[in-house]
Design a protein around this ligand. Structure first.
Ligand SMILES: *[C@@H]1O[C@H](CO)[C@@H](O)[C@H](O)[C@H]1NC(C)=O
Ligand SMILES: *[C@@H]1O[C@H](CO)[C@@H](O)[C@H](O)[C@H]1NC(C)=O
Length: 322
C-alpha cells in the first residue's frame, strides 16, 4: 500500500510546480486582509473491530467547498470553482491518494487498536490544511483527536503528542514517526500542495468570495439587564464578505462595554451580527451604533438610538436568494 501511495504521490509532486512564481500583492482590501484557511476534515467512527464509517469534507473557512462521496469514492466539488486551477489529472491523483488514505486509515487503526488501547466504540478526527494571509502562504496544520480531545499533531516534519494526551499518544507518535515516507508525503501535501490549491481556489472563486453586499442595520431594546438599565441591541444583517466592524458610540467615543456576538450565517450566504451595550436608561440618549464594512465604500452606517421614535423594527430583513 505504501509503495503505491508513494508512486502516486511522486506524480503529484508536479501538482502546480510553479509555486515559486512571485505573487504580486494586490491593493489593501479590508475584505481580504484576514487569514484564510483551507482544511480537510475527516472523521472515522469505529463501532467494533469489524465496523467503521468515515466522513470527509473540504472547507474554505466556514464555507464547505468539497465533499467525499463514499459510494463512488470520489471528491464532490460543491462550488463551480472548487477545483481551483488544478488539472483533472492532478485531481485524479489526489482523489486516489485520499481513496488509499481513507481505506488504509481504517485498516491500520483496526489493526493497531488493541496495541494502542483504543476502546470501542471510538471516534478519530483529523483536521488538516493550510492558511494564507494577504495572498501569501502563511502556515499549515494537521491535528488529530481521539474521542473529541486533542491527541496529536504534525509539527515541522514529525508527529507530536498533544499536551495532556498521555502515554497512549506518545506511543502512537513513536510508531508513526518510523514511517519516513508517510511523513514526507504529509509534509509535502501540507506545505506545498495545500497552499497551491488554496491560492487556486481563492483566485477561481474570487468573484463569489469577494461579492460585496451592503448590510442593513437597525437597533432594538433587549431584555432589561436590571432596574433602570437598558440593553441596546444593534443588528447588522445581510452583509458579505464576513469581516465587519460594529461599535456602540457616543459621538466619536467607542463604548468599551460593547459586546459583540458571533457572526452568524443566513441561508443566502450573507451574514448577521448582533452587538449589544448594557447602559443606565438615562444614558442611552446620544448613543449610536456605527457599522464599517467593505461594501459601504467608507460611508459608515450610523444609527442613533435617540433618533428612533419607536426603537424597534419588528420586520426581519428581506433575504433574497443568491
Ligand atoms: C459492529 O457494529 C455494527 C454497527 O453498530 C453492528 O451492526 C455489528 O453487528 C457489530 N458487529 C459485531 C461483531 O459486534
Ligand atoms: C494556480 O494559481 C496559483 C495562484 O494564483 C498560481 O500561483 C499557480 O501558478 C497556478 N497554477 C497553475 C498550474 O496555473
Amino acid at each position: 500500500m505504501l509503495l503505491l501511495l508513494l508512486l502516486l504521490f511522486k506524480g503529484c509532486l508536479q501538482c502546480g510546480a510553479s509555486l515559486d512564481a512571485p505573487q504580486v500583492p494586490g491593493p489593501p482590501d479590508p475584505a481580504t486582509e484576514e487569514v484564510l484557511s483551507f482544511r480537510i476534515l475527516h472523521t472515522s467512527s469505529f463501532a467494533n473491530s469489524s465496523w467503521a464509517s468515515s466522513e470527509a469534507s473540504g472547507w474554505l473557512d466556514d464555507l464547505q467547498t468539497h465533499g467525499w462521496d463514499k459510494v463512488l469514492g470520489t471528491i464532490s466539488f460543491l462550488r463551480p470553482w472548487s477545483q481551483g486551477n488544478f488539472s483533472s489529472e492532478d485531481l485524479k491523483i489526489l482523489k486516489n491518494l485520499f481513496l488509499l488514505y481513507f481505506h488504509g486509515f481504517v485498516i491500520e487503526v483496526q489493526a493497531f487498536a488493541h496495541q494502542f488501547q483504543f476502546e470501542y466504540p471510538f471516534e478519530l478526527q483529523v483536521s488538516a490544511g493550510c492558511t494564507e494571509h494577504a495572498g501569501k502562504a502563511s502556515g499549515s496544520f494537521l491535528n488529530g483527536a481521539y474521542q473529541g480531545s486533542d491527541f496529536l499533531s504534525f509539527q515541522g516534519n514529525s508527529w507530536q503528542p498533544s499536551p495532556g494526551a498521555g502515554s497512549r499518544a506518545q506511543k502512537v507518535c513513536a510508531v508513526l514517526n518510523n514511517y519516513l515516507d508517510i511523513k514526507e508525503i504529509v509534509q509535502t501535501l501540507l506545505s506545498h500542495t495545500c497552499p497551491l490549491f488554496l491560492a487556486g481556489i481563492l483566485e477561481a472563486g474570487k468573484s463569489e468570495l469577494e461579492r460585496q453586499v451592503k448590510p442593513e442595520a437597525w437597533v432594538s431594546k433587549g431584555p432589561s439587564p436590571g432596574p433602570g438599565r437598558l440593553l441596546l441591541v444593534c443588528h447588522v444583517s445581510g452583509f458579505h464578505p464576513k469581516p465587519v466592524w460594529v461599535m456602540w458610540m457616543r459621538g466619536e467615543q467607542e463604548q468599551r462595554g460593547t459586546q459583540r456576538g458571533d457572526v452568524l450565517p443566513h441561508a443566502d450566504e450573507t451574514w448577521y451580527l448582533r452587538v449589544t451595550l448594557d447602559v443606565a436608561a438615562r444614558e442611552a440618549a446620544g448613543l449610536s451604533c456605527r457599522v464599517k464594512h467593505s461594501s459601504l465604500g467608507g460611508q459608515d452606517i450610523i444609527i442613533h438610538w435617540a433618533q428612533i421614535g419607536r426603537p424597534w423594527r419588528p420586520l426581519p430583513p428581506v433575504l433574497t436568494p443568491p
